[in-house]
Design a protein around this ligand. Sequence first.
Ligand SMILES: NC(=O)c1ccc[n+]([C@@H]2O[C@H](COP(=O)([O-])OP(=O)(O)OC[C@H]3O[C@@H](n4cnc5c(N)ncnc54)[C@H](OP(=O)(O)O)[C@@H]3O)[C@@H](O)[C@H]2O)c1
Length: 276
Amino acid sequence: MQGKVAIVTGASRGIGKAIALGLAAHGAAVVVAARSESPPHERLPGTIYETVAAIEAAGGRALPVRCDVTDEASVSAMVEKTLAEFGRIDVLVNNAAVDFPSPLVDMPLKRWEIVLKVDLTGPFLCTRAVLPAMMEHRRGSIINITSQAGSERGGKTVGYSAAYAAAKAGLDRLTWATAVEVEEYGIAVNGLKPAGIVDSEGMRMWASEEERKQFVPPDTMVACALFLARQDARTLTGMVATDEEYVARYGLVVPSVGGTDPGSGSRRAAGSADSR
Ligand SMILES: NC(=O)c1ccc[n+]([C@@H]2O[C@H](COP(=O)([O-])OP(=O)(O)OC[C@H]3O[C@@H](n4cnc5c(N)ncnc54)[C@H](OP(=O)(O)O)[C@@H]3O)[C@@H](O)[C@H]2O)c1
């Protein structure tokens, strides 16, 4: 990834932070794009500055950019800052997402709308904003972080998460549609979803002690994101699969990235638990 520039949305914590650290460790300059300049809640740590500090402490290069992916002007400004600082965009990881589980019968319209806006409109806005730079270079890789909730017909990943499931199903289709449209420009567009429940600050906030025991570290997601970041439309595009499926199909090696914090990774992912 030396000389490449990657934008990772939702990189203030969780899987996004782990992917940002992974891309930077392999030489990419990384734009850490999210809203938190200070922790939004005492039980929800993580800021764009902390991720950048972790990348720089490991010898990498990163730029913190406050960005709300639901806000067209904020997304445009983030892409402009990226081009002003680094002059190019090679990789976009559409990772930012929210879920507010609630029975459908009680779900306020506002809650439905915010989930759709962050999880589906956000990736659309970010993709649309980076495409001109990628099309000019006739190369690039867009990675949409999706979920089994968008493809499973039943089970606990979709219960009480109708908006999240609908948004992620939409993101899978957005992945396919975009891949077709930009193939002639050499740009890869692929979807990546966790096979297990990945340890993240967001997941930890809601989970019981018992549920946390099933969490897996983000190592496999990071390895797959690195693999997908290196693709273009000639090598792999239009694929939507779990991290375990990418590992099995392409024989990927999943190094442990050390530590227990989801930003720095930990043991190899077991991938045996159900994902949301
Ligand atoms: N963890 C899992 O087991 C699991 C399973 C299936 C799919 N996924 C997917 O993996 C991705 C990461 O999940 P996670 O568990 O790491 O989540 P997380 O810990 O809750 O982190 C979510 C990230 O999204 C950012 N974000 C939320 N709203 C945003 C907005 N409007 N604009 C910009 N950034 C925003 C947050 O940053 P700010 O608050 O700072 O903006 C945060 O960095 C998501 O796409 C999720 O759907 C995760």
